[in-house]
Design a protein around this ligand. Structure first.
Ligand code: DGT
Ligand code: CA
Ligand code: CA
Length: 572
């Protein structure tokens, strides 16, 4: 199977990590990191582009050389330069860089001075106290690293939703094309749109005796077959993910889909209701005595126990069954409700596209508005803007807006919250913006009390309207910072500051649980992409997924409003 965008991005970022540890030219390192991001953000797969004969070097930041490397990865699944570098630099060093507090410099000195090549080595060095002799490893840093290693050792391997989705796509297509197959659907946590999933579950209905399961195990993406029978198969893919396939007759489709969509606590609770009504539910149907009374569709299964259809995103046994029984299920927000995006970067900071290109992409999505939120000056790695740069950008936005009808670029910035809670830009320029977005990017390791106070102080500034990626977590890479989110939500609700659900697959921040708590606390919410390229605007659906898991209706999400009402609603 051709390498997916996630595979390509993974190889490029691993290559960048190793180059950086080796002390390679920073521009070279940056080029690979950018390439990883551009590929990961791209709405279409590189292999589709190549199949369509499109030149890959049209992509922002991708020159001839990188385009050729992408071609090689798509065709062979590997990057020879990386393999070569891995013979000289231990591959696990790249993974060490993902631990909080460990950048390339520190990893390099761990390796060069103590010969530490992987997590186990590092853990041993921490225990023996060997790290203490090393410059830059104080007791606090060391304790933080030790805690992170522990956390990972116990946490089971889970995957980002997008990566599972991308890995599933060719399998679904292949199953759909098999003779005798009637329906193909994802189930499990992937269908519930959890931010991280453990494995991919697929449900197929097919004519009796269709040789689906065995054929499935011969797919190119399959590395090993864990189990296979007439109605099920479990396999491991080359990328390490497990896939569980189940085959049921059409008459059981709804019951099986409900069962395998889960979550387990939800299914168990629904089954409990059935028992109370003298019914029995399993993956083949709903039964009264020995007679099947429902099972062909999920609607039928829910109706049999007296419930309306419950959207998969809500099926976590977090009150959805009671709400459904009382007719209190929310009408969940949908992608089509979104009228604009309130977090996007351009080439002025660390984005890849111009104002014009970002505006064109937003208009192509049918949006009414797009806020341009380049970084402020403190974020130097991203070429943050100062007051003068911003005023120049605002003038350019005015010029472009004069040419638009039914669409407006909003003047904004992603203003960095400094360590003490002050903002990185003066009030004068904040008051020239249509919307003020703030975010923390540094000093994420402060203790909870200080971190909370820092954020609250930022929200005290009366010009602040949106707190972006409020917990600063990165999916699978960095946990939330230590802060009392309840206090932040309460303060934000009181001051009228909206909380962002950041739709970047790496962030999804707020997550579903926090977003629901924020709404319960009375906060306004927005769903924004934090796009770093025009294609990144397409990530909106990932944010909407998490908003739905947070029980949000369109009326809970400010950027479902038309422009004038949005601006009024953002006002404090
Ligand atoms: P994951 O894969 O950890 O992200 O989460 P799920 O929810 O996809 O869990 P998974 O793949 O183990 O199972 C898929 C669904 O199958 C699960 O949501 C409910 C159903 N299921 C699996 N095992 C059991 C079980 O032992 N009892 C019941 N009632 N349902 C089960
Ligand atoms: Ca699963
Ligand atoms: Ca499974």
């Amino acid at each position: 199977m051709a390498a997916s965008n996630a595979d390509i991005a993974e190889l490029f970022s691993r290559y960048a990590d190793l180059l950086e540890i080796q002390g390679a030219n920073p521009f070279r390192v940056r080029a690979y990191r950018n390439a990883a991001r551009v590929v990961a953000d791209s709405g279409r797969s590189m292999s589709d582009r190549m199949a369509a004969g499109e030149a890959l070097d049209d992509l922002p930041g991708i020159g001839k050389d990188l385009a050729a490397k992408i071609g090689t990865i798509v065709r062979t699944g590997a990057l020879p330069q990386l393999a070569e570098l891995e013979t000289r630099v231990p591959r696990a060093l790249g993974e060490l860089m993902n631990l909080p507090g460990l950048g390339p410099k520190r990893v390099k000195s761990l390796y060069r001075e103590l010969g530490i090549r992987n997590r186990e080595d590092l853990q041993r060095a921490i225990r023996s106290g060997a790290l203490r002799s090393l410059h830059g490893f104080g007791p606090k840093t060391t304790a933080r690293i030790a805690a992170a290693i522990e956390r990972r050792a116990v946490a089971p391997q889970r995957y980002r939703l997008v990566d599972a989705e991308q890995a599933a796509a060719p399998l679904l297509a292949c199953l759909g094309a098999m003779p005798g197959v009637e329906t193909v659907e994802v189930a499990g946590s992937l269908r519930r749109r959890r931010d991280m999933v453990g494995d991919i579950d697929i449900l197929v209905t097919a004519r009796r005796g269709a040789p689906v399961t065995h054929a499935f195990t011969r797919h190119d993406a399959v590395a090993s077959v864990l189990a296979v029978g007439a109605t099920r198969a479990s396999v491991q893919l080359h990328n390490g993910m497990q896939v569980d396939l189940r085959l049921v007759p059409a008459a059981s489709h709804g019951a099986a889909l409900h069962y395998f969509t889960g979550s387990k606590p939800h299914v168990v609770a629904v089954r409990g209701i059935a028992v109370a009504k003298g019914l029995k539910i399993n993956e083949y149907g709903v039964y009264r005595g020995g007679r099947r009374i429902a099972g062909r569709t999920e609607d039928e299964v829910f109706a049999a126990v007296g419930l309306p259809f419950i959207p998969p995103e809500l099926r976590e046994n977090r009150g959805e069954i009671e709400a459904a029984a009382d007719g209190r299920l929310p009408t969940l927000v949908e992608l089509g409700d979104v009228r604009g995006d309130l977090h996007a970067h351009t080439v002025a900071s660390d984005g890849h596209d111009s104002l014009q290109a970002m505006a064109d992409a937003a208009r192509a999505l049918g949006y009414d508005y797009l806020a341009i939120t380049d970084h402020s000056r403190r974020v130097r790695v991203a070429h943050g803007l100062d007051t003068r740069d911003l005023r120049a950008q605002f003038a350019e936005i005015d010029r472009l807006n004069a040419g638009f009808r039914g669409f407006r670029l909003l003047k904004s910035a992603e203003v960095d919250i400094l360590g003490d809670g002050h903002l990185d830009l003066p009030d004068a320029v904040l008051s020239e913006m249509d919307v003020v977005v703030v975010a923390a990017h540094y000093q994420l390791g402060l203790p909870a009390g200080k971190q909370t106070a820092r954020i609250l102080r930022a929200l005290d500034n009366r010009r602040v309207q949106i707190l972006a990626h409020p917990t600063t977590r990165l999916v699978n890479q960095r946990p939330e910072f230590a802060a009392h989110m309840e206090s932040i939500f309460a303060a934000a609700a009181e001051r009228g500051v909206a909380m962002e659900i950041n739709a970047q697959p790496d962030r999804l921040d707020l997550d579903d649980v926090h977003a629901r708590a924020a709404r319960a606390a009375g906060c306004k919410l927005v769903v924004s992409t934090d796009a770093h390229a025009a294609a990144g605007l397409a990530n909106m659906r990932h944010g909407v997924d998490q908003a739905r898991r947070a029980w949000l209706a369109a009326s809970d999400v400010l950027n479902t409003l038309p422009l004038e009402r949005l601006l009024r609603a953002l006002r404090r």
